[in-house]
Structures are given as structure tokens and as C-alpha cells.
Design a protein around this ligand. Structure first.
Ligand code: IPT
Length: 969
């Protein structure tokens, strides 16, 4: 069907190929803070929901009196589905409507919005503009009954000429919003479908001779150390003032060379306040000087190679959806900065413009991504993909133009991305050509056209560490899509590499962040990587009996749905950091500290910043003996330049005496930063200087009654409540292997049993493989010694185990925990680098990580000893590794593994009156197989012959004096 034929079907505007109609203004629309009047039209509107797009147009000058009961108040900005009108729907890749482009079903929930407003006295009506910063997914707008036009492109601004309809005094504004439109075919990002006017609505006064648009060009020449400044503006006689640079009323169009300006970078986000003026309007600008270039296959800014340590960020709030307020955006930026993140990919659409202001101000490198994803065409084998159909060209180009025009003045935006997961197609060429022409200063990114002809980066998602290494060494295999195009293949090989998504942060995990980061750092070709993703998209809901939880796909009765796949962030829906964020912070810390403790000893400090030296950091050290501080001091570290390193001497610590001595070196902020107080920890490292303590075996003195708190155990413990990353995806599911090997249903056969021990064979029905566990209790001084031996039997082949250990139960009153081992947070074999050795205290409740989808969590690693105490009586149980060189993993829960596995939301879990104590000697890693590779081979757990012993005794009286820094979890 040709475009003409298809247009001839006389499609209604919401289902046609136009990006918008009517008095929609050309997409220049940079949001310029100006002294011209503006009227915020957010607030209380009237709202009515209809099941189809064809409800009567009876509300243009206000809700009709006769049907007033269909109307109710609705705040704007908002999504109506979060205010009781219909439900949010979550799909991952599937369109929630038939693939029948560009049409949408008759059942197209349509929200009519109306408000009145009073035009302020003195408002100059001529030239007035009505601006919407985001309407999902298509709208038609009337002012005082006159149609202004229509628009699509949910996450992009649109402006309408409003002067002819605007009048002094009272005005009626009516907006009809359709949930589904042809535009929805371009908006199949893996997220909730949330209709509504979800960003600001503003009436703008436009002074004649004002500044409608400008494009600031602020380059930095790192060789000459000078800036170049020029401003293209729609007002030819505009003048520019930058007080700090001594520029006063300079003709804006005439470019300037500025020796000695300080460049902008994410590490040092130097902004210069400026003003652009005409006789009638004054516009405020914040200028950052920087030049982005790809030099010899490396991504550079101001001449320095840059490694992006990023996250993919969707806009999400557990109550407001994508209608984010400014404090929430600021919180995101501050959390990112405080966790060493230096880059954001705005997955998969341009964010609220204020977010980019914050990125300029706080310093984050941004890949600004266009509001384009056609992922659902995967279910049509990409037949009809809009990216490859000329009918869609205007709508696609319109989106790219609106993004570039809106965001072009942000120094933080260093890369434009054409969109996400939309396969390849001819329209991409138009987007790329237009963008390169309009803004030659920024490189382009697009991942899914495997020829990379329209991308300045070779980019992949979820590549395993080995592949990244191979790519880094430029030893990656040829791309099949380029087989017939050697010149494209040659070009691809020269491109810097981006891992635009990796480390799927779904539930517990991701694992292997450390390995990824060290690999990325090793190879100049690697420009960086972006964790998928920043935040769990869960909505706060309450059960009928008042228990709060975060809802995911299907919880609203939405069908079809993508289930829990939207819950895959480094922060929980309420922005509580998950352990994965701590792990990421550690992996990407911008200072690498290595402690060589063997005599004479030294500390190597590697500055991993790309731009700044270390003068903004202070280095401190602490020595702890068995978790108790025994010495501390400052470390003199010179102001090492970016990407350089230095050795400094190891401080002298008295290590004579009993027990383990650990040295911790920390790099902290010397002064307050906009995102953290002075003293905020940026990086750290630890090394053992002495120990461990081996207790002398005493003769029995106190009757060994200390195992009395145990209600039950030891039992063999190999199962864990599957983590999302155990469930994996498709065939890549270790859970499926574990289940098919029967590991979740072992049947015991007792071989021997006595008062001091037993030997049991546990094996799944129908299989010859199994595990034999022998345990024996003996008295040892004032303790009971429990010796355990686990032996695999039969053909295990390549099979892995979730974990190996023992479990017990205790009365729930022993719920105060103190341990010496790694903490304060949870840790698994491939997410262990973020925790440190110390003495920690917690309650059982606080040991749990309330993942939105309940799963394995809460393990503390490398525990030498732990005490579970009844706070009322001081009674309890101390469990020690008999050999402190072989510490254990500790998990204590108020519910069983089975209950944890069965729960759909954390609020389903209720303490069962016992404490479930799990002690493991080994665990399988986490990996990120929920979308990507599983754990690396050395983090996989294969059955082997294990022997270990525990000592159980009464808790010791807590030692006097302060405990280590993070002693309380
Ligand atoms: C990739 C998508 O780009 C992203 O939006 C999200 O869905 C992520 O996966 C998984 O959570 S696409 C995937 C098929 C590699």
C-alpha cells in the first residue's frame, strides 16, 4: 500500500501518519527561561473518561451541565489511570493492541480534560503560545471552543499558536487525550502504558521581537585552553552578556574566542550564567564549554578520553508514574552522584526538561534518547516496522527534531540516540542525516541496526564479560549484517564501543559488576556501559487489610502483561537503594585503592577520574582488631592527575597480639559537594594485616548446654528461593536446571542415627544423584562442636547447586544479631566486593532486603562468628566457624525458604514464630541471567566434598567501647 493509499483510508487524526496538525508550531521549542510572562496551567482540572475516542465533544467550553456527574476533578500533570480511572498496563515488548498499523482498536480510552483560567491583567495576547511538555499519547486542544490542533509524541513538547483564540479574563481550555494512537506504535518501551497530560502545561506570552529560539555553541579547545562561543538565535539583533567572562551586550551571532575559560565536564560541571537580550525579552542561559569528539576510535570530551559509568533511567514514581516532580528528579541525580554514577541514558525517551538542567548543574554525561521504540514488531517478524516504512518518516523525523531542538543547549547532553530496539530501516538514515546537519557537535548512537551505519558507536546490550574483552581487544568477530559491506564493517571496527545496557538489575543482583568494570577500564576502545536500569517500576498499593506493597504487571488485572519484568532497578520504587546500587558504587569508584600489606607494604592510589585530580578528596585510614578500632590517621596522597596513580607508604600499625587486624583506607570528600556532605565516602579498600585468631581448645569447664536454643537442625540446605537471575530468561535458566534435577525435592534416607549425630542421603526421586550429609556433635570446652561433611554421590555431570550448607530453627526471641564478618549489606559470591570486614549489629527484620518480588536475599558473607540474642534476657547462641580461615555465609529469616519462594509480594510474608538460621559454606553466584549472562564460571557452584565445623556456645558479653563504623545495619 502506498502512503497515498493509506492516507486515503481517511484515518482519524489519532490513527494517521501525521505527527500533529493545526496551529502546531515548528519544533524549535527549547524551553528558554525568559522574563516574558508565563502562566502555569497545572492544578485542578475537570476530567471525564470515555471508553472510545468518539465520545461527544460537549465539553469545549466546560463540562455540560446535564452530564456533570461523569466529570470529576483531576490534577494536571498526572496520568488518569493512577487516579482511579481505568488501570495502568504493563507490557515488556508486546503491544497491548493488535499489530495493525497505524490503526488502534475502537476501545480507546479517551480522557477529556477541561479547565478555566483567568488571563493576568496586562497580558499581551498577540503571539501567545500554549505549550504542553508531555501528553500521552495523542491529544486535540481547544481554547474557548476554537480548535488549536493535535499532537502525538508522548515525551516531547508541543506548542500551539493560541493568540487568535485567547481572550482577556476567563478562558476555557479543553484537551481530549487518547490512550492509543498511531504514535503508540513508536512508543513500545518496556514500561507501563500511562495515558494523560503528565508534564507541564504553560501559556507563554511572546513579546514581539523576542527570542523564540537560540542554539548556544560553546566549544572548548583543550590544546589552546580556550572557549569558543557563538549563539544562533531567531532574533538577529539579540545581544549576549556573560558577566563572569567580561562579555557585555555582545552581538549574539558573532562568535568569541575566550582564553582561560574553565571547561564543563560531568566531574567539574562549570557553568557560566549568561543572558541573551533583545529590546523586548531577556532569556537566561547557563553555558558549559565543552567539545565532544571521537578521536582514533575513542570517545573524548575536551581532549580527555571518557569512560561512561552509567545507568539507564526511566522516569518513574511509585505514586505519580512518569509525572515526576522536581524534588524527585533532584533525588535521582543526587543519588546517582553519591553512588559514583557519571552518566545517564534517558531510556527510552527524552526526560522532563528539568532533569537535564540538573544534569548540567550537578554533572552527568547524558545520552539523550528519542521517543522511538517499535519493539513489538518482533511478533510480526518486523514486517511493517515503522522504521522501515516511508509512511512513518514524518512522524519519526518530527520526534527527532523535537528532541534535538528542545535539548540542544544542554552541555550535559553529549550523545544523541535515535531510539531503542526498533530494528533497522530506511527512516533511520533521515533521522541521522537531519541530526548531523542540525548539530554536528554531538555523535549519534543507535544500537539495533547492526551495520552501525547511523551510529558513531559500536553498541551492544547484555554482552558477557568475555565478549566485552574481545571487543576491547578489537578481536570481535565480523558482524553478519555487514558481510556484503566491507566498508561498513571497517567503519564499525573503528568505532568506540558502548554497552548501552548490561547488568540487568532485576531482584537480587546483578553479579559480576566488578569484572565488567575492570574489563571496560582495560581497553581504550570501551567508552563505557549503562546498567539496566535505575529504578523498579512498581506502583504503591495497599491490600484490603491495609498492607502496603508495590504492584507490577498483572496486579491490576491488566492483560496481556509483562509480569515482574518492570521491576529491575538499582533502586526500589520508593528510591531506597538496593544492594545492587552499593555494588555498582563500589565497582565504579573513581579511585582505585590497592593495599599491599606484605613488608614493606604500600598503598597504590589510582585516580580513575577522566578529568579531575584528587585534590577534592581526603584519605583516611583505620585499623580494627576483631572489628574494634585500634588506630587511625590521615593518609597523605598527592593531587594525582586524572588516570594516573601513585604509591604511598603503608601506615605503621601495631599488629602484635591476638586476633585479626584489618586496615581500611577511605577516600572521602574533603569539602561539601552539592550532592553530599564533606566526609562522604567515595572509595575504599581493605586488607588484612594480621590474624586470624585461633582459639585454644579449653578443657570442658562450663556444661555445654549452649545449643539449647536450637529447636531443630542441622538439616542439609541446598535450596534458595529463586532469585530473578536464577529464573533467567528463555533457555538461560539455572532454576529450570535445578528443578529438572530435582534439587527442590530431595528425599532423605537415613543411614545412621545416634544421640550425637546422623548420616543421611538426600536425593531426588527418579535420579541416581544425591548428597550424603554426615554431622556429629562433640563437646569442646564450653562449646558444642558441630562437624559437617557433605559428599556428592552419583552422576552430577555439569550440574550446579544453589548453595551448600545447613539450616536450623530457633525461637524468634533471639532476634538481635551481632556478627564479625562482611557487612553491613548482603553479599553473594559475585556481588561481594561492596561489603567489608567489620563488626556489625542488626535485627533479624533489618537483615531482610524487601525485593519487590520476594526472593533469595539477606545473606551476610565471610562471617567468622555471629550471635543471636534475646534482648530481654541476654540469652542466646553464638555460632563460630571452627576454622576462622573458613568463614561462612549467614542468613537469618523470620520465615522459611518455602514461604519466601511462595510469596508474590513482601507483604505476603509473615513471621512464623521461629527464626530460620541458614549457614552456608558455598553459594552459586547471581549473574544477570534475567536478561543477560549467568554467573561467570568461577562463581558457579558445582557439587564437591565439603567438610566444615561450627562451634556453638553462649554469646559473649558485648565488648566495651565503640564498634566499627557501620556497626549498625
Ligand atoms: C532491553 C530493552 O532495551 C529494555 O527496554 C529492557 O526491556 C531490557 O531489555 C530488559 O529489561 S531489550 C532485550 C531484548 C535485550
Amino acid at each position: 500500500m502506498s502512503p497515498d493509499d493509506r492516507q486515503a483510508h481517511r484515518m482519524p487524526y489519532w490513527a494517521d501518519f501525521t505527527p500533529g496538525t493545526g496551529l502546531r508550531r515548528p519544533p524549535r521549542i527549547a524551553p528558554l527561561p525568559s522574563d516574558a510572562a508565563r502562566l502555569d496551567l497545572g492544578g485542578a482540572w475537570s476530567f471525564r473518561l470515555s471508553p472510545t475516542a468518539r465520545a461527544p465533544l460537549d465539553f469545549l467550553t466546560g463540562p455540560p451541565a446535564h452530564g456533570a456527574d461523569a466529570w470529576s476533578p483531576l490534577p494536571v500533570p498526572s496520568h488518569w489511570v493512577l487516579h482511579g480511572h481505568g488501570v495502568p498496563r504493563y507490557t515488556n515488548t508486546a503491544y497491548p493492541f493488535p499489530i495493525d498499523p497505524p490503526h488502534v482498536p475502537d476501545a480507546n480510552p479517551t480522557g477529556d480534560h477541561h479547565r478555566t483560567f483567568d488571563l493576568p491583567d496586562g497580558w499581551r495576547i498577540g503571539g501567545s503560545v500554549l505549550r504542553f511538555d508531555g501528553v500521552d499519547s495523542a491529544c486535540k486542544v481547544w481554547l474557548n471552543g476554537q480548535e488549536l490542533g493535535t499532537s502525538k509524541g508522548s515525551r516531547l513538547p508541543v506548542e500551539f499558536d493560541a493568540a487568535h483564540a485567547l481572550r482577556p479574563g476567563r478562558n476555557d481550555l479543553a484537551v481530549r487525550v487518547h490512550r492509543w494512537s498511531s504514535g503508540s506504535y513508536l512508543e513500545d518501551q518496556d514500561m507501563w502504558w500511562l495515558p494523560g497530560i503528565f508534564r507541564d502545561v504553560t501559556l507563554l506570552e511572546r513579546p514581539p521581537g523576542g527570542i523564540d529560539d537560540c542554539f548556544v555553541h560553546a566549544d572548548y579547545d583543550h590544546v589552546r585552553r580556550e572557549g569558543r562561543l557563538g549563539v544562533d538565535t531567531s532574533a538577529p539583533d539579540a545581544s549576549l552578556t556573560v558577566p563572569e567572562l567580561g562579555i557585555h551586550e555582545h552581538p549574539a551571532g558573532r562568535s568569541l574566542t575566550l582564553p582561560g575559560v574553565e571547561p564543563w565536564s560531568a566531574e567539574q560541571p562549570r557553568l557560566y550564567d549568561a543572558e541573551l537580550c533583545t529590546d523586548t525579552e531577556r532569556v537566561r542561559l547557563r553555558i558549559g564549554f565543552r567539545t565532544v569528539a571521537i578521536v582514533d576510535g575513542r570517545f573524548t570530551v575536551n581532549g580527555a578520553p571518557v569512560l561512561l559509568r552509567g545507568v539507564n533511567r526511566h522516569e518513574h514514581d511509585p505514586d505519580r508514574g512518569r509525572a515526576l516532580d522536581l524534588p524527585t528528579m533532584r533525588r535521582d541525580v543526587e543519588l546517582m552522584k553519591a553512588h559514583n554514577i557519571n552518566a545517564v541514558r534517558t531510556a527510552h525517551y527524552p526526560p522532563h526538561p528539568a532533569f537535564l538542567d540538573l544534569c548540567d548543574e550537578y554533572g552527568l554525561w547524558v545520552i539523550d534518547e528519542c521517543d522511538i521504540e517499535t519493539h513489538g514488531f518482533i511478533y510480526a517478524d518486523w514486517a511493517g516496522n515503522p522504521i522501515d516504512d516511508p509512511c512513518w518518516r514524518p512522524m519519526l523525523l518530527d520526534r527527532m527534531q523535537r528532541m534535538v531542538e528542545r535539548d540542544k543547549n544542554h552541555p550535559s547532553v553529549v550523545i544523541w540516540s535515535l531510539g531503542n530496539e526498533s530494528h533497522a530501516g530506511t527512516n533511520l538514515a533521515d533521522l541521522a542525516t537531519w541530526t548531523r546537519d542540525r548539530d554536528p557537535s554531538r555523535p549519534l548512537h543507535y544500537e539495533r541496526d547492526r551495520t552501525y551505519r547511523h551510529s558513531d558507536f559500536y553498541s551492544l546490550m547484555y554482552a558477557p564479560v568475555d565478549d566485552v574483552d574481545r571487543i576491547g581487544r578489537r578481536a570481535d568477530p565480523a558482524t553478519p549484517e555487514n558481510t556484503d559491506h566491507p566498508e561498513l564493517e571497517e567503519r564499525r571496527r573503528q568505532l568506540p564501543f558502548l554497552l548501552c545496557e548490561y547488568a540487568h538489575a532485576m531482584g537480587n543482583g546483578p553479579g559480576s559488576l566488578e569484572e565488567y568494570q575492570r574489563t571496560l577500564e582495560q581497553h581504550p576502545r570501551c567508552a563505557g556501559a549503562f546498567v539496566w536500569e535505575w529504578i523498579d517500576h512498581g506502583f504503591r498499593r495497599t491490600t484490603e487489610d491495609g498492607r502496603e506493597f508495590f504492584a507490577y504487571g498483572g496486579d491490576f488485572g491488566d492483560r496481556p502483561h509483562g509480569g515482574t519484568f518492570c521491576v529491575d532497578g538499582l533502586v526500589h520504587p520508593d528510591r531506597t537503594p538496593s544492594p545492587g546500587l552499593a555494588a555498582y558504587k563500589k565497582a565504579i569508584e573513581p579511585v582505585g585503592i590497592t593495599i599491599e600489606s606484605a613488608d614493606p607494604g604500600r598503598i597504590t592510589v589510582r585516580n580513575r577520574h577522566d578529568v579531575r585530580d584528587l585534590s577534592h578528596l581526603r584519605f583516611t585510614w583505620t585499623a580494627e582488631r576483631e572489628g574494634l578500632p585500634c588506630a587511625q590517621g590521615e593518609l597523605k596522597v598527592p593531587a594525582v592527575a586524572a588516570r594516573q596513580c601513585v604509591d604511598v607508604p603503608l601506615p605503621t600499625v601495631d599488629t602484635t597480639g591476638d586476633g585479626e587486624v584489618w586496615l581500611t583506607v577511605r577516600a572521602v570528600l574533603a569539602a561539601v559537594a552539592p550532592w553530599a556532605p564533606a566526609g562522604h565516602e567515595v572509595a575504599w579498600a581493605q586488607a588484612r594485616l594480621a590474624g586470624p585468631r585461633h582459639r585454644a581448645t579449653a578443657a570442658p569447664s562450663v556444661p555445654a548446654t549452649t545449643a539449647a536454643p536450637l529447636l531443630d537442625g542441622p538439616h542439609l540446605d541446598i535450596w534458595r528461593a529463586p532469585a530473578d537471575n536464577d529464573r533467567g530468561m528463555g533457555d538461560n535458566s539455572v532454576l529450570r536446571e535445578w528443578r529438572s534435577a530435582g534439587l527442590d525435592r530431595l528425599v532423605p534416607r537415613t543411614l545412621a542415627e545416634g544421640p550425637h549425630g546422623a548420616e543421611v542421603r538426600l536425593a531426588p526421586e527418579g535420579f541416581p544423584h544425591g548428597l550424603r550429609m554426615r554431622h556429629e556433635w562433640t563437646e569442646e570446652g564450653d562449646a558444642w562442636r558441630l562437624a559437617v561433611e557433605i559428599t556428592p554421590e552419583g552422576p552430577w555431570g555439569e550440574r550446579t547447586l544453589p548453595k551448600a550448607g545447613v539450616r536450623f530453627t530457633l525461637p524468634d526471641r533471639f532476634d538481635r544479631i551481632r556478627w564479625y564478618g562482611k557487612g553491613p549489606g548482603e553479599a553473594y559470591p559475585d556481588s561481594e566486593h561492596a561489603v567489608r570486614v567489620g563488626l556489625f549489629t542488626s535485627t533479624v527484620a533489618d537483615l531482610q532486603t524487601p525485593y519487590v518480588v520476594p526472593q533469595e536475599n539477606g545473606r551476610r558473607a565471610d562471617v567468622r562468628w555471629a550471635e543471636l540474642t534475646d534482648p530481654a534476657t541476654g540469652e542466646g547462641l553464638r555460632v563460630e566457624a571452627a576454622d576462622p580461615d573458613h568463614p561462612f555465609g549467614l542468613t537469618v529469616r523470620p520465615w522459611s525458604t518455602e514461604a519466601l519462594e511462595a510469596a508474590a509480594h513482601p507483604c505476603d510474608l509473615t513471621p512464623d514464630g521461629r527464626l530460620h538460621l541458614h549457614i552456608d559454606i558455598a553459594q552459586h553466584g547471581l549473574g544477570s541471567a534475567s536478561c543477560g549472562p549467568g554467573p561467570l564460571p568461577h562463581h558457579q557452584l558445582h557439587p564437591q566434598h565439603w567438610r566444615f565445623a561450627l562451634l556453638l556456645r553462649r554469646p559473649e558479653a558485648p565488648a566495651p567501647g565503640p564498634t566499627s563504623g557501620e556497626a549498625t545495619v
